[in-house]
Design a binder for this molecule. Structure first.
Ligand SMILES: NC(=O)c1ccc[n+]([C@@H]2O[C@H](COP(=O)([O-])OP(=O)(O)OC[C@H]3O[C@@H](n4cnc5c(N)ncnc54)[C@H](O)[C@@H]3O)[C@@H](O)[C@H]2O)c1
Length: 416
C-alpha cells in the first residue's frame, strides 16, 4: 500500500512522517518547490519538534517526495493543503483544495478506485456543495471522498497526532471504513466513523468552542479591570482548578451539550447580576454575556417551533417528561419545563400531561396558572400519550423507555 499526501505543511508533513514511521510507504507532494528542496535535504521547512529526526530516518526509506504514481488497486490520497486565505480575509479559501482535487482527477493512471481523504479544515457542506459536484462533473467513476479533520496544534504536532485518543472520519461508503482503519491500525486512537457533514461540523464545533472560550475569558478580564482591584491571575487560576474540569462524573460535559438552556435559581440570576454590576460600578457593558442571556431567553421560542414541526394535531395527548430544572432534584425554580409548557399552551396544545419522579407537587404549586394534568405513573403516560417530550434527563426515563416503545419522543436533551 502506498499513501499519497498532498500539501506538506504542519498537517501534511506530520501525517506523512507519522504514517512512514509505522512502516507505511508514503509519497508527499507539494507545489512549493522550495519546500520540496529543503525536505530533500532533510530539513523541515518550518519549526516543529520531533519532525526533523523522523524525516532523517524515513526519507528515501518509507517517505518519498513528488514521485510518479505507480498503479496499485487503490489510489489513496490525503489532502492537507492550506485553506487559509492569502489575502488574510479570515474566511476559509478552498482554492488550493479544489486545484489539488482537480489534479488528482486529471491523473491518467488507471486505478480501480480512488480515495480522496480531505484533512484540510473546510466549513461544513464543502464536500457536498463543492467537492462532490466537481467529481460528478469529471465523470470519473469509483471515486470516494472522506473527510478526516485534524486537531493538532502547532508546536506539539507530533505529540497531538499520536495522542489524539479518538479521531473522526466522515465517509460515504462502508468500504472506505476498512481502508482507513487499515491505514491507522498501528495507532492507538479510536476512529469514529460518521457522515461527511457531521465530521466537518465536529471540526468547526471544536474550533468555535475554543474561540468562544478565549473571548469569554478575555471579556471577563475586561470586567475585572473595570471593577478594579481584582487579582486577575489568581481568579483565573482558581477558576481553572474547579474539580469539574478533571472529574469523570459531574464534569463540564454537562455544560457543553445542547439542551433547553440554563435555568434554576443560580445561573440566570448570577449572569444577569454580573452584567448589571459591571455596568453600574465599572461602566463596562459585557458584550458576550449580554448575548448569552439574550440567546437563552429566545431558546424557548426556537424549541417550541421545533416541537410544532413534530406534532400535527394539537388536541392529541402530549406527555411531558420531567418538571424539575435538572435531574436528581425536586427544585423547579427557573425550570425550562415551565417555560416550554407555557409556550405550548400559547400555541394551542390542549392536552398536556406531565410526569416527574420527584417534582410534581412543587411544580403544581409553583406554576398554578399553567393548568395542566399530572400523572405519577410513568407507564401510563408512556402508553397513553400520542407524542412525548423529554425535558429533564432523569435516569428512570432511560431505564423505562425501551426500543420497542412506538410513541415518538421529542428528546430535547439528546439523552435517550
Ligand atoms: N496548522 C495547524 O495547526 C492546523 C491544525 C489543524 C488543521 N489545520 C488545517 O489543515 C490544513 C493545512 O494546514 P497547514 O498548517 O498544514 O498548512 P500549510 O500552509 O503549513 O501547508 C499547506 C501546504 O499545502 C501546499 N499546497 C497548496 N496547494 C497545493 C497543491 N495543489 N498540491 C500540493 N500542495 C499544495 C502548500 O505549498 C503548503 O506547503 C488547513 O486547512 C488548516 O486549517 C491546520
Amino acid at each position: 500500500m502506498i499513501v499519497n499526501i498532498y500539501g506538506l505543511g504542519f498537517v501534511g508533513l506530520t501525517t506523512s512522517l507519522a504514517l512512514a514511521n509505522k512502516n507505511i510507504k508514503v509519497v508527499g507532494y507539494d507545489n512549493d518547490q522550495n519546500k520540496i528542496e529543503k525536505l530533500k535535504n532533510k530539513k523541515i521547512p518550518f519549526y516543529e519538534k520531533n519532525l526533523n529526526q523522523i524525516l532523517k530516518k524515513q526519507l528515501n526509506k518509507n517517505f518519498a517526495l513528488n514521485k510518479k504514481k505507480i498503479n496499485q488497486s487503490f489510489d489513496i490520497n490525503f489532502i492537507c493543503v492550506g485553506t487559509q486565505d492569502s489575502k488574510k480575509s479570515e474566511l476559509a479559501n478552498t482554492k488550493s483544495l479544489v486545484n489539488c482535487i482537480k489534479t488528482i482527477l486529471n491523473e491518467k493512471n488507471k486505478f480501480k478506485k480512488k480515495i480522496i481523504i480531505i484533512r484540510s479544515s473546510t466549513p461544513p457542506l464543502t464536500t457536498e456543495k463543492i467537492i462532490l459536484p466537481l467529481i460528478k462533473k469529471s465523470k470519473k467513476k469509483n471515486i470516494e471522498i472522506a473527510y478526516f479533520p485534524e486537531f493538532l496544534a502547532e508546536g506539539k504536532a507530533w505529540k497531538d497526532f499520536h495522542n489524539a485518543k479518538r479521531i473522526v472520519v466522515g465517509i460515504q461508503k462502508k468500504e472506505t471504513k476498512k481502508i482507513i482503519s487499515n491505514i491507522f491500525k498501528d495507532f492507538k486512537f479510536n476512529i469514529l466513523f460518521t457522515n461527511l457533514r457531521t465530521s466537518e461540523f465536529i471540526k468547526y464545533l471544536t474550533n468555535s468552542f475554543l474561540s468562544t472560550m478565549i473571548s469569554f475569558s478575555n471579556e471577563y478580564r475586561d470586567i475585572a479591570i473595570a471593577l478594579k482591584n481584582i487579582n486577575i491571575k489568581e481568579a483565573f487560576k482558581v477558576f481553572q482548578s474547579d474539580p469539574r474540569w478533571f472529574s469523570k462524573n459531574n464534569n463540564f460535559n454537562y455544560y457543553t451539550f445542547p439542551g433547553c438552556g440554563y435555568g434554576g435559581s443560580c445561573l440566570p440570576k448570577d449572569i444577569n447580576s454580573i452584567i448589571e454590576t459591571s455596568i453600574k460600578y465599572g461602566n463596562y457593558e459585557p458584550k458576550i454575556l449580554k448575548q448569552v442571556t439574550k440567546y437563552n431567553k429566545n431558546i424557548f421560542s426556537t424549541i417550541s417551533k421545533n416541537i410544532n414541526k413534530e406534532i400535527k394535531n394539537k388536541s392529541d395527548p402530549i406527555g411531558i417528561l420531567g418538571l424539575s430544572f435538572k435531574p436528581e432534584t425536586d427544585d423547579v425554580r427557573g425550570s425550562p419545563s415551565a417555560i416550554i409548557i407555557k409556550h405550548l399552551k400559547m400555541n394551542g396544545y390542549k392536552n398536556l400531561i406531565a410526569h416527574d419522579p420527584k417534582a410534581i407537587n412543587n411544580f403544581a404549586s409553583s406554576y398554578p396558572n399553567l393548568k395542566i394534568k399530572y400523572e405519577n405513573n410513568l407507564d401510563k403516560i408512556l402508553q397513553g400519550s400520542k407524542k412525548l417530550i423529554l425535558i429533564t434527563s432523569w435516569n428512570i426515563y432511560k431505564k423505562k423507555i425501551s426500543g420497542n416503545l412506538k410513541t415518538k419522543i421529542i428528546d430535547l436533551r439528546y439523552f435517550l
